[in-house]
Design a protein around this ligand. Sequence first.
Ligand code: AMP
Length: 213
Amino acid sequence: MRIVMFGAPGVGKGTQAKILADKLNVPHISTGDILRSAIKNQTVLGLKAKEIVESGYLVPDDLMADLIKEVLSGKECEKGFILDGYPRTLDQAKLLDEIFQSLKTDEEYYLAITVDDELIIQRLSNRLACKVCGTIFTLSEVEGKTTCPKCGAAESLYKRKDDEEDVIRNRLNVFHAQTEPVLDYYKSKGKLTFVNGDQPVNMVAEELVGKIK
Ligand code: AMP
């Protein structure tokens, strides 16, 4: 089973993708996480992507193409996956169609989570991440804490550079300009299902699961 998740930055796509991956026992493939890890480890890809990711623009399609082909053809993805963060442009969507034709798994779902832009800005400005385990917390969850509640790392909580307000606004503009046409592309093929992301996390998860037969 392959599931492709869509949503503007901050709609809770990553959180929901993790929940679905646990429930369905398939890997969660987040291109954003892969890029952040490449940046942290200063790999060739990371060095090329650093400035682009930190300013909220999209990494060029050719770099993403190599990455996605390698990941999806890996053994880990053999029985399916939840794809979070790809495709984000029409060219990426067309490449993904080609990749999917060559894969063995056949069931596929395209799920989009929607939330109003102003609510997204509020949400993202109010979150911190752990630089060791990558878990994301709301400010109220970690108020007064200096260690990560998930992995226990000391002094590890920080605001991701791409969660600063001007960068968030840029990421939203990029989403509307470049990724919305991708949603239209799947919509016109009758493949896309929408879920309202402005609900408690467990209710969004329930709705998403309900869309998968
Ligand atoms: P995310 O965590 O999915 O919001 O991704 C964080 C950042 O990584 C994005 O703002 C982009 O700079 C970059 N990125 C992730 N996935 C892609 C993609 N499919 N194409 C281009 N850039 C991407």
